[in-house]
Every structure is written in structure tokens, then in C-alpha cells.
Design a protein around this ligand. Structure first.
Ligand SMILES: NC(=O)c1ccc[n+]([C@@H]2O[C@H](COP(=O)([O-])OP(=O)(O)OC[C@H]3O[C@@H](n4cnc5c(N)ncnc54)[C@H](O)[C@@H]3O)[C@@H](O)[C@H]2O)c1
Length: 437
């Protein structure tokens, strides 16, 4: 990435396109509408509530991030979506049962105007869902063209000056990159041949990139994380990012594990289990969709703890992650972690974490932040994988030669230093020697 000389101003409206109009999308949309009416606070959103320190600690310069970066304002946002169910955003929000009626009804009219476009949906990638609001096409290449026409139509009809997309669709079955994923030509040939390794979400990502729409992937699917997609995003100068929103249990893991490691406390085992009962939980009840999630969740400790470097402390760690579909809880997930620690002279200790969280309440601010930051990245001339947004991901995309950085505090420093660098401010090292000279 080159340091931007100038960042284009956020003029006109910004369209936020959401493939998947389920719990996360509707909570994001309704929350944004409520926040701009002053009927709710966008808690959890760094772009809306966070500050950034600039210069020396004695300078007392800590503007709000939204005043420091040239971000689109909430009033400038317009939402669009695709789904395989025809429910508008009001009906979908009611079905999701995340927000209370007092919240949904306060923005009912605006929500009802958001009607999903027909989905590209080959059911073999999400086997638990059966919807009717879907496109028909002669090939996967034809499906991409139809999605491109949707995007152009949305931009024209809504009068937005530009758009970004955040995948909020279901988790797809686990797919490894194959030959079709290795180059732009191979992928386009694969689209024409309707290759089985090209999933629904990959078609959305391809269509967005072709239309110059930055694409962030909230699910653990392959979607936009393979060589052909990296190449296309560079060639067309579109930012891409992913994958899998870092919300509940994994967010806590990337807070606690770096802390234990910083103090050189050993870990013998880490067992994590969850119960959840929303549609996401139902989809994850399919072992092949769960496999995508499991891979995404398991990588975290391996990279943070570096067992190959700290053999004595973490070399034998037993890490297990379970997700159980349990309908009575709906979106109100409950996560349990049991950590078996090892201290001085090898004495064992235990830590238990019981997190009664709300999945979509934690995910919505991430969707908003990603949309605004992907848009500013595009206006700054950034393209390809946006690793500085690792902060938001369970399984951050990186350059192929790099390992992902999972530690939330390193991710936060990287995010804020990138913001400073974008705006020509000094980077902060936290050395602090100068105050004692
Ligand atoms: N909420 C969280 O904390 C969290 C964290 C990390 C990742 N995620 C991921 O975010 C995604 C959304 O989660 P959710 O709770 O809103 O799920 P959800 O089931 O409520 O919504 C997903 C929506 O996507 C639609 N969909 C599926 N395939 C589609 C396609 N091909 N085209 C258009 N629409 C499609 C479904 O019909 C559904 O309405 C999931 O993949 C989930 O794993 C959520």
C-alpha cells in the first residue's frame, strides 16, 4: 500500500450492500437508522465512539476517529441486500428476534423499504436452507453478470455515489482452494463451466470486485481469500478483507491468551463450547458448515501462543471448540471456556469464562465499521487485502507469505497506526523516552 497523497472526500451517499438479510444485517441496518435518529447509541463501534491519540501524550490531541478520518457519516448511508427469502428488512428483523419491537417499530417504514434482491443460491453450499427468492441462470458466469446488473441498478436507483459490500450470508460448507482459484483466467473459465468449487459467496465477491465495490467477508467461507481474488482486487484496485467477524468467544480468546502469554504462564488445555439457537446456529449444525467455522476458530491460539517457540509452555496444548445448536436461546448465545493454566514450578490452575453474549449485537458494530473503513480505504487508493483491518476478524486474511496476527492489542495498534499513517501523522511506538530527558 502506498501512503495516500490525498483521500477523496466522502461526497454523496454511500451504498452498503449486504448479501444475506438475516440477524446480523437487520441488526446493523436498524441500529444505524436508530443511531442517526438519536434513538440508540452505536456502542461497540470504534468509528463512531472511539478516539485516536495523535502526537505526544503532552499534546492532548485525541480527536474522535470519525472527526479525524474522512469517513462517510451515518446520514449518508443507504442499504441494499440479497436473500433467498423475500422478507423485507422489517419482517426479517422481526423473524431474527434480536431487537425488541420498540426498536424495530421506531424505524419500521425505513426498514420496509429494504427489499432483498433475488439471491444466487446453489443449495449444495448451505444445505440447511431452502428458499425460493433465487435467480435462475445458464451458468455461474451468468449469475455473476446478474449480480453485476443488480449492483449497477442499486447504485442508479438509490442515487449513491459509490458502494461497499459486507458478506452477512450464511456460512458455507468447507472448501479448499483448487486449480480454478489459482488465477483470474482459471476462475473465469470455472464460472463459465459452473465449476463445483465456486460457491455462492465467491460469485458475489467476484461481481462486486468487477463493479469496483470493496468486499469484506463476515463468514469463514473461502469467498475472497484465494489467489485469483487477490489478483483481481489488485488489478481493479478494489480493497478486500476477511474473514469471519470476531465477536464473542474468539474475541475474548484474543484478549486473554495474549495476556497469559505476556506473563509467560503456561497453558495445558483450552476447551471452548457454545450454545446458540438462531438460523446461523441451525446452518452450523451441518458438519460441513461447522468445519469452516472450526478451522477459523482453531487457528487463533496456535498463532498467538507460538507453541513451536514456547515448547515448554504451550507445546502440548489441547484446544477444542464446539458449537451446539440449541433453539431456546435464539440469538442470545452462551459460551463457556475452561482454561487449564500452568504456573511457577508447574503448579496447575484453572480459569472459567462464562460469556452470556448476543451474537448480532456484537457483530453489528463490526459491519458498520468495516463498511466505513473499506470505503475510506478505497478512496485512499488502497487495493488488495486490507490486513490493517485484522482487528475485526477471527481469521484475518494476510499476504500469502505472512502468518496472521490475532492478538487484539497488536491488531488495535496496527489499525490506529494505519489511520495515523493515512492522514500523515506520526506513528506511535509507546517508547516514551522523551518525557524523561
Ligand atoms: N453474529 C456473529 O456473532 C457472527 C460472528 C462471526 C460470523 N458470523 C457470520 O455472519 C453470517 C450471518 O450471520 P447471521 O446470524 O446474520 O445469520 P442468519 O442465518 O440470520 O442470516 C444469514 C442470511 O443469509 C442468507 N443467505 C444464505 N446464503 C445466501 C446467498 N447465497 N445469497 C443471499 N443470501 C443468502 C440466509 O437466507 C439468511 O437470511 C454467518 O455466516 C455467520 O457465521 C456471525
Amino acid at each position: 500500500m502506498k501512503q495516500p497523497k490525498e483521500i477523496r472526500k466522502p461526497e454523496g451517499k454511500l451504498g452498503i450492500l449486504l448479501p444475506g438479510l438475516g440477524a446480523v444485517s437487520t441488526t446493523t441496518i436498524a441500529g444505524t437508522m436508530l443511531a442517526r435518529k438519536g434513538l440508540g447509541a452505536p456502542i461497540g463501534s470504534l468509528t463512531q465512539m472511539g478516539t485516536i491519540r495523535l502526537g505526544k501524550r503532552t499534546d492532548n490531541r485525541s480527536p474522535m476517529i470519525k472527526d479525524f478520518l474522512p469517513l462517510a457519516t451515518l446520514d449518508q448511508l443507504t442499504f441494499g441486500a440479497w436473500d433467498l427469502f423475500p422478507d423485507n428488512a422489517y419482517e426479517a428483523a422481526k423473524h431474527a428476534e434480536v431487537l425488541e419491537h420498540r426498536h424495530i417499530d421506531a424505524v419500521r417504514e425505513e426498514l420496509e423499504l429494504i427489499r432483498p434482491m433475488r439471491a444466487v443460491f446453489y443449495p449444495e453450499y448451505v444445505r440447511r436452507l431452502h428458499g425460493t427468492h433465487v435467480k435462475t441462470g445458464s451458468s455461474k458466469a451468468d449469475m455473476v453478470e446478474q449480480l453485476r446488473a443488480d449492483i449497477r441498478g442499486f447504485i442508479r436507483d438509490q442515487g449513491v455515489s459509490r458502494a461497499v459490500a459486507v458478506w452477512c450470508g450464511s456460512t458455507e460448507v468447507y472448501i479448499e482452494p483448487t486449480d480454478v482459484h489459482q488465477s483470474i483466467d482459471a476462475f473465469e473459465a470455472g464460472l463459465l463451466a459452473s465449476h463445483p468449487a465456486i460457491s455462492n459467496s465467491q460469485m458475489y465477491a467476484w461481481a462486486c470486485m468487477k463493479e469496483g465495490v470493496p468486499f469484506a467477508n463476515g463468514a469463514p467461507n473461502l469467498t475472497v481469500d484465494f489467489p485469483a481474488a487477490w489478483d483481481l482486487s489488485k488489478k481493479l484496485e478494489v480493497p478486500i478483507a476477511g474473514k469471519d467477524f470476531k465477536t464473542g468467544q474468539t474475541l475474548m480468546k484474543t484478549v486473554i491468551a495474549p495476556g497469559l502469554k505476556a506473563r509467560m504462564l503456561g497453558i495445558a488445555g483450552w476447551f471452548s463450547t457454545n450454545i446458540l439457537g438462531n438460523r446461523d446456529g441451525e446452518v452450523l449444525d451441518d458438519p460441513d458448515s461447522f468445519k469452516s467455522k472450526e478451522v477459523s476458530k482453531l487457528g487463533v491460539l496456535e498463532y498467538i501462543l507460538q507453541p513451536h517457540v514456547y515448547k515448554e509452555l504451550y507445546g502440548k496444548i489441547f484446544h477444542k471448540v464446539r458449537i451446539e445448536y440449541y433453539p431456546p436461546r435464539g440469538d442470545a448465545k452462551e459460551g463457556w471456556d475452561n482454561i487449564d493454566l500452568v504456573g511457577w514450578l508447574g503448579y496447575p490452575m484453572q480459569m472459567k469464562i462464562n460469556f452470556l453474549c448476543r451474537d448480532s449485537i456484537l457483530a453489528a458494530p463490526i459491519v458498520l465499521d468495516l463498511a466505513l473503513l473499506m470505503d475510506v480505504a478505497h478512496r485512499a487508493g488502497f487495493s488488495g487485502t486490507q490486513e490493517w483491518l485484522s482487528f475485526y476478524w477471527k481469521s484475518p486474511m494476510t499476504a500469502p507469505t505472512l502468518y496472521p496476527e490475532h492478538d487484539l492489542f497488536i491488531q488495535s495498534m496496527k489499525l490506529k497506526n494505519t489511520m495515523r499513517w493515512m492522514m500523515g501523522e506520526d506513528l506511535i511506538t509507546h517508547l516514551g523516552n522523551e518525557y524523561y530527558d
